[in-house]
Design a protein around this ligand. Structure first.
Ligand code: FNR
Length: 380
């Protein structure tokens, strides 16, 4: 900690921010209206986005004293792998609208910081390029389930071949939500060819096009708009994924305890409690508010992770104390990317990790694996 203060005596006014709100403010300054609101905004009146933050605020930590917290352990284990901390980068698509290096920069920061990277189906760079950047560093692949089963199968295969070690299936986005700012700004990145990198390089996707995407990018994007979402899916379709990959499958976007039961019944290997950062259903429950009941249903059968609204170390401690094995970080990393590319993302991750470590120690806890609700109270 003293080392942190010592290295921060740099008088340079361009020094990277520490305060979360300043990262967001600086990102606002460098991004145009369209991209900024696409990243920062939520669905409808943004009540879910606010509920995410309120849910964290409702839980209070009750610190314990004199428990020897000199040595601390931030490592976790998931699907037989040990990860350096209980943080991952959430899958975020279309990152070239935030920074010209896009996903390559955030994947690089992840590799450097030992934070697993979850590459989005909607990345601007193909998953193979991201994997190449990361070398042996841990990574998972997030699947948007295409209407064309051959494309879905091809994505799973490509992910396996390029060293992704788990598949995150996002269930909450069979279509894009009502996002008022994006509609007002007439801004949807995909329609200008951003976030289709995995599709335009996919043999199954390209085999359905009359001409190659290089020759006719507009038709390729039009084909993408027809096949992207798959609102006809049901729980029975999970069997298709299990047939076509040997990797662990996590279902992202679970908020209802009955859906957690169905996830177990259909053989999910993990659950990510999430409301997509408040970007899909307006007026939904805060993700943290949904977590305790879901952990109650799932018990120790499969790991439960969570995201949506993590901004500081104390948020991570609360999520873990309520039963999450790990958390995913979305917008904070993207503000880091906007402000300073890979270095900005690395700085955000490093700060979150240090904040989490200090907060855990000061709460009298020395291992993220041992956190439980005995250090929390809920204020109504
Ligand atoms: C997302 N998210 C997301 N999720 C996903 O499964 N696939 C994706 O391609 C995207 N794309 C995406 C773009 C942008 C700009 C944002 C902000 C978010 C959702 C993401 O994985 C995560 O659930 C939320 O970002 C978590 O909430 P916070 O941390 O942003 O509050």
């Amino acid at each position: 900690q003293f080392k942190v203060y010592q290295t921060m005596t740099d008088p340079n006014p361009d020094r990277l921010p520490v305060v979360y709100e300043e990262w967001e403010k600086r990102a606002r300054e460098v991004l145009e209206d369209g991209p900024y609101h696409y990243v920062a905004g939520g669905a409808g009146g943004e009540s879910t986005m606010n509920a995410n933050l309120e849910a964290f605020n409702r839980w209070k930590i009750v610190p314990r004293m004199l428990r020897n917290v000199e040595e601390r352990d931030l490592t976790i284990e998931l699907f037989g792998e040990t990860y350096q901390s209980p943080m991952m980068q959430a899958p975020v698509g279309v990152q070239s609208i935030i920074h010209s290096d896009g996903e390559i920069a955030s994947a690089k920061a992840s590799a450097e910081m030992g934070v697993p990277y979850i590459a989005s189906s909607a990345s601007t760079k193909p998953m193979e390029e991201i994997a190449k950047e990361m070398g042996d560093a841990p990574r998972w692949f997030q699947l948007y389930w295409n209407k064309d089963p051959e494309v879905t199968r091809s994505f799973l295969k490509r992910a396996e071949l390029s060293g992704y070690s788990a598949i995150v299936v996002t269930l909450d986005t069979p279509m894009m939500a009502w996002r008022e700012y994006d509609l007002k700004n007439v801004y949807l990145p995909f329609l200008i060819g951003e976030g289709v990198g995995n599709y335009l390089t996919d043999p199954a996707f390209c085999s359905k096009l009359p001409t190659s995407p290089k020759e006719d990018p507009t038709s390729a994007i039009m084909h993408w708009t027809k096949t992207f979402g798959n609102p006809g899916l049901t729980w029975e379709d999970i069997a298709f994924l299990k047939e076509h990959t040997t990797l662990p499958i996590l279902l992202k976007g679970i908020l209802h305890p009955e859906d957690a039961k169905l996830a177990l019944a259909h053989g999910a290997d993990g659950i990510i409690v999430s409301n997509h950062g408040g970007r899909q259903v307006d007026g939904a429950i805060g993700a943290l508010a949904a977590l305790p009941q879901i952990c109650g249903v799932v018990g120790d059968k499969i790991p439960v992770l969570m995201d949506s609204g993590i901004r500081r170390g104390s948020d991570i401690i609360k999520a873990l104390a309520l039963g999450a094995k790990a958390v995913l970080i979305g917008r904070p990393c993207m503000y880091g990317l906007a402000v300073a590319g890979d270095q900005g993302v690395a700085e955000v991750l490093q700060n979150l990790k240090a904040d989490m470590d200090l907060t855990m120690a000061l709460a009298g806890e020395k291992s993220v694996r041992e956190l439980n609700s005995s250090i929390l109270v809920e204020s109504k």
